[in-house]
Design a protein around this ligand. Sequence first.
Ligand SMILES: [Zn+2]
Length: 180
Amino acid sequence: MSQSILYLVPTQEFPIGDFQNIIQEYLTKNQLIDGLYSEEYGWLAAGDNAGGIFLDSEGAFEYAEIRDSKNLRLVPEEVGPDFTATCVYCGSGLGAILYEKVAEFYENEGEEGSCADFGELSIQCNSCSQSQSITALKLPEDRLLSRQFIQFVEIDSEANPAFIGKLEALLQCELIVIYV
Ligand SMILES: [Zn+2]
């Protein structure tokens, strides 16, 4: 498969810390993860049973990350020049402005590994000059803003629906599945 990152995003918000605790405990207990891949970033290493996450039971990932903070993040995080939305006031395409603002936002986050709040990002429309929060925009279908999500990085197989079903049952909420 050509995708390399699997994102799982809950359709409801949990109190800060709860999402991470539930997921991390489940993944650890089932040896899907095993300790830290990077102490600096808090990335999680694959466990002996990591194949249980994937359709191909030999599947694996390089590292996983559970995000759970008060700050809104764009999921998936990477954007390209085609990343666009329409102005909530006049309906014009925000096009390049939105992409530039998001790229600038990442640049200004400071130290690597920090995670600034997308809730504070505002975009000014070129056509009508109105400023609007990125949270007000209707983003492309495969983009969302969330305070909580999991990502499995450098995967080589699609996720097993049974694994996703298990997590959904634990969380008692649906997960949005995104591959990039
Ligand atoms: Zn406008």
